[in-house]
Design a binder for this molecule. Structure first.
Ligand code: SAM
Ligand code: SF4
Length: 329
């Protein structure tokens, strides 16, 4: 369906939990996190009703995220069931990769069509510093596992931060030299505790410049090849098997082509990453709304999707206070 600005909404990102087995400094505090209790989060039957409603309105792609989605029990069953919803073409996952060694095969068998692994460093000690957990080897094993299982659509998400991992920008991009994967650099956003911990994100223009210096010119890959694609702009690098991508969250707004809505773990339909506006679907579902009225409510809410995220507008009173681990990225 189209929203009020005639953007075609075809993609939903569903956060399955606010819990996580890492504590990335820019995302989640080490202590004092109030976790949602089990009764507060949507159960699978409720999630499936929302997916069916959205699919009937034209949504074709579902991304499962978190917190860490792989800590939600039964996720493989959920993937299997979402794959059966008429109209859904892609079911993909964003994960920190820690649980891939044991879960990867089941995820593929359940019908997962794509995988984003968040990886900000290739150094075990930097990994432990950023995530506060010494689990780099598990992520590495998870990647090897997925490649050996023949997973083809793998993307890496890297958030470059000055004096934390910025020296590794060329090395991280080189994952796409050795493997047929996409390495996407994402600008640090002013959400959650990103700035409180003193992190300063590297602007994407600088990331591009550093990669050009290291590898020569970057050649843009045409957009619109995959209409369900996210906001990344992709480039070919001479000699690379895969591609590198950039998500200019702050400087170059991606809002004009935004094709997505989000569902939080507690069932709030979020219409924009940085804005409060949305719809409490859990209340509607638990008050016995019919499928037809659910579809109508979804349609009316999505129509009101805001024009832009307003990250740089400090006066924005509609700003959402949810942290990234409560939204899923
Ligand atoms: N736990 C999973 C993971 O890490 O992939 C899924 C949820 S996590 C919130 C999704 C993505 O959000 C990760 O790639 C993470 O790097 C990114 N993220 C978290 N906080 C961010 C921030 N302040 N700015 C930019 N990206 C952020
Ligand atoms: Fe967990 Fe992902 Fe946030 Fe890191 S970025 S703390 S892995 S939810």
């Amino acid at each position: 369906m189209l929203d009020q600005y005639e953007r075609k909404i075809e993609y939903v990102r569903i956060s399955l939990t606010d819990r996580c087995n890492l504590r990335c400094r820019y995302c989640m505090p080490e202590e004092g996190v109030t976790k949602l209790c089990h009764a507060d989060i949507l159960n699978f039957a409720e999630i499936l009703r929302v997916v069916r409603g959205l699919a009937a309105l034209g949504v074709k792609k579902v991304r499962l995220t978190g917190g860490e989605p792989l800590v939600r029990r039964g996720i493989t069953d959920l993937i299997r069931q979402i794959r059966q919803v008429p109209g859904i073409e892609q079911v993909v996952l964003t994960t920190n990769g820690v649980l891939l060694p044991e879960m990867g095969a089941d995820l593929l068998q359940a019908g997962l069509t794509g995988l984003n692994i968040s990886l900000d460093t290739l150094r075990p000690e930097t990994f432990a510093q950023i995530t506060r957990r010494p689990l780099f080897e598990r992520v590495q094993a998870g990647l090897e596992q997925m490649l050996s299982l023949g997973m083809t659509d793998i993307k890496f998400n890297c958030v470059p931060i000055y004096e934390v991992n910025d020296e590794e920008i060329p090395a991280l991009a080189a994952l796409a030299k050795d493997y047929s994967v996409k390495v996407r650099f994402i600008e640090l956003m002013p959400i959650g505790c990103a700035y409180e911990v003193g992190y300063e994100g590297v602007p994407m223009d600088e990331v591009r410049a550093r990669l050009t210096k290291a590898y020569g010119s970057l050649h843009p890959v045409g957009r619109k090849i995959d209409r369900l694609q996210g906001p990344a702009e992709y480039y070919k690098v001479p000699g690379f098997k895969g591609q590198v991508g950039f998500i200019d969250a702050m400087e170059h707004k991606f809002c004009a082509t935004c094709n997505r809505v989000r569902l939080t773990a507690e069932g709030f339909l979020k219409l924009c990453l940085n804005q409060k506006t949305g719809l409490d679907l859990r209340a509607l579902l638990r008050n016995g709304i019919s499928d037809e009225n659910l579809k109508l409510a979804l349609r009316q809410a999505i129509y009101r999707k805001p024009a832009e995220h307003l990250f740089t507008d400090r006066e924005n009173t509609a700003r959402d206070s949810r942290a990234m681990y409560q939204v899923g990225g």
